[in-house]
Design a protein around this ligand. Structure first.
Ligand SMILES: *[C@@H]1O[C@H](CO)[C@@H](O)[C@H](O)[C@H]1NC(C)=O
Ligand SMILES: *[C@@H]1O[C@H](CO)[C@@H](O)[C@H](O)[C@H]1NC(C)=O
Ligand SMILES: *[C@@H]1O[C@H](CO)[C@@H](O)[C@H](O)[C@H]1NC(C)=O
Ligand SMILES: *[C@@H]1O[C@H](CO)[C@@H](O)[C@H](O)[C@H]1NC(C)=O
Ligand SMILES: *[C@@H]1O[C@H](CO)[C@@H](O)[C@H](O)[C@H]1NC(C)=O
Ligand SMILES: *[C@@H]1O[C@H](CO)[C@@H](O)[C@H](O)[C@H]1NC(C)=O
Ligand SMILES: *[C@@H]1O[C@H](CO)[C@@H](O)[C@H](O)[C@H]1NC(C)=O
Ligand SMILES: *[C@@H]1O[C@H](CO)[C@@H](O)[C@H](O)[C@H]1NC(C)=O
Ligand SMILES: *[C@@H]1O[C@H](CO)[C@@H](O)[C@H](O)[C@H]1NC(C)=O
Length: 227
């Protein structure tokens, strides 16, 4: 489904007189048209996106959309490609507690300004993105309570601003990579199928952050030499 040319023309005209981020608005309308949902949203094409649309926040000058928060609106199916990823000024994206399925959207790599990405409590599956390097400004990444599989990508180490990382309650396997994340304060890798041992770089975090995995208990490790 796509917007009709007439509607596009009408919206473009509106944007001329109202100076709103019309391309971003089209991206949201395309998203809504392609993503089945059970709760109504007040995203009326004829109303200004910046101050009236539920869950949408614009930049101060109203030139771009910078935050989209759509928690628990009964969305399901795949996250439609080439819709949200066109909101390239986005800093906060929350789709938490919906029923989204399918893979982690590869086109989210275009959202290079993301500071917070909240996809927890959905049914997303398949591997995590192998290359996290696109999201240099990411401080909060919550992918918990999904069905992600495969290993934790070592490229998460490139997220130098990361403060909170929650990958709990997925089906991630393999060993936990040596993640160099100096700013990390909150970690939760519990409820996965991770094995091996907790790497030194993450040993400052409490044991509960790694609970319910297949990790080798400390008692089975060879004793370390006293300094
Ligand atoms: C990212 O955006 C560029 C244009 O800015 C586009 O050519 C490319 O296909 C997009 N990437 C993805 C993965 O959608
Ligand atoms: C990241 O944050 C810095 C500082 O706030 C900003 O200048 C930059 O444009 C942001 N985006 C990217 C992709 O680095
Ligand atoms: C996760 O996947 C398993 C099988 O692969 C399926 O039985 C289960 O319902 C899925 N859970 C969620 C929350 O999607
Ligand atoms: C990861 O992506 C960044 C840009 O987003 C690119 O510069 C880098 O080469 C990629 N790294 C790998 C290992 O693919
Ligand atoms: C993990 O998530 C699934 C579905 O989201 C849920 O059914 C299950 O109870 C959760 N497991 C734990 C240990 O919380
Ligand atoms: C980390 O980022 C650098 C620079 O963008 C890139 O060359 C490198 O491949 C990234 N590392 C990983 C593990 O993706
Ligand atoms: C994931 O962890 C973060 C940081 O500890 C926390 O704020 C968030 O509530 C957690 N997410 C869920 C679904 O519990
Ligand atoms: C980590 O996530 C699990 C759900 O998988 C939750 O039960 C637990 O309370 C979380 N731990 C912390 C420290 O938030
Ligand atoms: C962890 O599991 C992987 C398979 O997922 C296996 O190849 C690897 O040998 C295991 N490592 C340890 C230390 O058990």
């Amino acid at each position: 489904m796509s917007l009709s040319p007439l509607l596009l023309l009408f919206l473009s005209f509106l944007s001329l007189i109202s100076c709103e981020p019309v391309q971003d608005k089209f991206a949201l309308l395309d998203f809504l048209a392609q993503a089945p949902h059970s709760r109504d949203l007040n995203w009326d094409p004829a109303t200004p996106v910046c101050n009236q649309w539920t869950g949408v926040t614009c930049s101060d000058d109203e030139s771009r959309i910078v935050a989209v928060r759509l928690p628990a609106l009964g969305f399901n199916g795949q996250i439609p490609p080439n819709t949200l990823s066109r909101l390239t000024a986005l800093q906060i994206l929350s789709l938490r507690a919906n029923g989204f399925t399918g893979a982690f959207p590869p086109d989210f790599a275009n959202l290079t300004n993301l500071v917070g990405l909240h996809l927890q409590l959905n049914s997303l599956s398949g591997p995590l993105p192998s290359n996290f390097s696109a999201w240099k400004n990411l401080t909060v990444l919550d992918l918990s309570f999904n069905n992600f599989t495969g290993e934790i990508p070592v490229s998460i180490s490139n997220l130098t601003q990361l403060v909170a990382l929650n990958l709990s309650n997925n089906s991630l396997s393999g060993e936990i990579p040596d993640l160099q994340l100096p700013n990390l304060q909150f970690l939760n890798l519990s409820n996965n199928e991770l094995n091996g041992t907790v790497p030194k770089s993450l040993s400052r975090f409490p044991k509960s952050d790694f609970a319910d995995n297949n990790l080798t208990p400390d008692s089975l490790l060879p004793p370390t030499m006293p300094p």
